[in-house]
Design a protein around this ligand. Structure first.
Ligand code: GLC
Ligand code: CA
Length: 557
């Protein structure tokens, strides 16, 4: 097996509840995934990342786990999982699981035991503290629901929850908890999975004594005391050892991670992860969270892209993504719903040709967009409710709903639109959540028919990438950094170059290639318009040119 095989790959992310319902109860499941594996394969991806499939009360839709070694009955059972895994493997698709070990569900048997008393075998599995003079143990905020502490009368103590109240944080300082994590990893690796996406893994080690944050911090108070905490590298080294017994890879989620901090996980003596998801390019239209909107700013998107391309080059490997289950749909943010097809396909080009391992989130490949439900009560995501009821309370309901429309994670979680039949072909039953009414226009079947559809462009890009050494390994260089309309970059490897040109404008723009390439004969290998015009880019046009002799430097692997 080739080492670092994940560098050649592209992944498809499945958030199963909304992917495809195979048994008609209105909820996506592993029977549905089984049926759609050939579709996934047809995209040109090489692997699947499953958001959590485990039993969960769904306070955070799967990220609150009540049994790590089983499958949620809504989604099937272990036998059906094995069928999906084996079929995926037979199609040449790897499968990675979500490993969510910063917290469990409060309905997990460990917590049910832990909460009973201060001296039971599980009493130290979580982070319990006494109140301080009738107040909370410290001033930390949770990221999802008020303060980070919840009182438990049985113990007359508080437990820590960095996320929702129903997601108590595990006490990773307890060696028994770390043994549990390793046993969970082995459980899935023994079944044949190929790795893990490790949920908020940079949060699992908390600072000793849990010190107070500064009193005037308006949100996420406490973050510096649990992000990249004091024992994080020790604990991750233990988990790494387990993975090294298998041929698998580890991808960590690193909210608010800087390039410097990412490199501390991805390189050197503490190397404990192969890849990391950072969030920098998710803030080109918002501040800190999507709920705090500002107008989209291409320069800040480009800056984030280029910063990571540069910082990791030759040292570590990037992940590339524009969407996942935690962010609204990218066409509604960085593209333009009125220029649906061209902006959706341009966005594909703009990230798929960077250096790294790309991820495509279900529905992204057909250009699904944000849903706009009339009332906050129709939303189910815990963080949307929290945002709505915590921030900008003086704004009108309409204003706050606009914020929800632009930011809710539920926009990424509406059922997948397969065709224009009832329920978008997602289920024969009653769908568990609202289907975006635009499904009659935006769906897989329609995209299969149109010659220049978003779906077809994703396929073309992904197929091109995997067969192109320069697209896989080439160095990255950005041009025209100050432009707020064009994103232009070059990849170079040995004697080949790619020039990627993406317009984010609703107007036609004059375009003569950059100086370095003038007079050179390039081959246009990707374009999202059928008849590109010389000297001009149409709205949201994207082009990729291939050149045979490297212009300037030579790329290294
Ligand atoms: C990660 C997940 C997100 C979840 C959170 C808490 O950020 O991607 O969906 O809500 O962790 O587990
Ligand atoms: Ca079902």
């Amino acid at each position: 097996m080739e080492k670092d095989w994940y560098k050649r790959m592209a992944f498809y992310q499945i958030w199963i509840r909304s992917f495809y319902d195979g048994n008609g109860d209105g909820i996506g499941d592993l029977y549905g995934v089984y049926e759609k594996l050939p579709y996934i394969k047809s995209l040109g991806v090489d692997g699947i990342w499953f958001s959590p499939l485990y039993p969960s009360p769904n306070a955070d839709y799967g990220y609150d786990i009540s049994d790590y070694k089983n499958i949620h009955p809504d989604y099937g059972d272990l036998e059906q999982f094995q069928k999906v895994l084996d079929k995926a493997h037979s199609l040449g698709l790897k499968v990675i699981m979500d490993l969510v070990v910063n917290h469990t569900s409060d309905e997990h048997p460990w917590f049910q035991e832990s909460r009973k008393s201060r001296d039971n075998p599980y009493s130290d599995y979580y982070i319990w503290r006494d109140g301080k003079n009738g107040k909370l143990p410290n001033n930390w905020d949770s990221l999802f629901e008020g303060k980070a502490w919840e009182y438990c009368p049985e113990r007359d103590q508080y437990y820590l929850h960095i996320f929702a109240k129903k997601q108590p944080d595990l006490n990773m300082d307890n060696p028994k908890v770390r043994e549990e994590v390793k046993s969970i990893m082995r459980f899935w690796l023994d079944r044949g999975v190929d790795g893990f996406r490790e949920d908020v893994i940079t949060f699992i080690s908390k600072a000793d004594n849990l010190p107070n944050g500064l009193p005037f911090i308006p949100a996420a108070n406490g973050l510096p005391f649990y992000k990249d905490g004091p024992h994080i590298h020790e604990y991750l080294a233990e988990f790494r050892k387990v993975c090294q017994e298998y041929d698998c890879f580890q991808l960590g989620e690193g909210p608010m991670t800087s390039t410097r901090s990412a490199l501390s996980y991805l390189t050197g003596k503490n190397k404990s992860l192969d890849l990391m998801f950072h969030f920098d390019h998710m803030f080109a239209d918002c501040i800190f969270t999507e709920y705090m909107q500002r107008p989209f700013h291409l320069r800040s998107l480009k800056h984030a892209f280029s910063k990571w391309q540069k910082a990791l080059n030759g040292k570590a490997w990037n992940t590339l993504y524009l969407e996942n289950h935690d962010h609204p749909r990218v066409i509604s943010r960085y593209g333009n719903e009125r220029y649906h097809r061209v902006s959706g396909s341009m966005l594909a080009v703009c990230y798929l040709f960077q250096q790294g391992t790309p991820f495509v989130y279900q529905g992204q490949e057909i250009g699904m967009t944000n849903i706009k439900l009339a009332s906050i009560d129709q939303y189910v995501d815990v963080s949307s409710h929290n945002n709505y009821h915590t921030f900008h309370l003086k704004d009108s309901v309409e204003k706050r709903m606009e914020r929800i429309h632009a930011s809710s994670r539920d926009s990424a979680r509406t059922p997948m639109q397969w065709d224009d039949s009832k329920n978008a072909g997602f289920t024969t039953g009653k769908p568990w959540f609202y289907i975006n009414p635009n499904y009659r226009r935006i769906n897989v079947a329609a995209e299969e028919e149109q010659p220049f559809s978003i779906l077809k462009l994703y396929r073309r890009c992904l197929h091109y990438r995997k067969n192109s050494e320069v697209a896989l390994w080439g160095d990255y260089k950005e041009y025209d950094k100050s432009s707020n309309q064009l994103y232009v970059y070059k990849r170079t490897y040995q004697q080949k170059s790619l020039l990627v040109v993406c317009s984010f404008s609703t107007h036609c723009l004059k375009w003569h290639t950059i100086k370095e390439f003038r007079g050179k004969k390039g081959k246009l290998v990707i374009c999202n318009y059928p008849n590109p015009v010389h000297g001009m880019l149409k709205p949201y046009e994207a082009r990729v040119y291939e050149y045979d002799s490297a212009c300037g430097e030579t790329g290294k692997r």
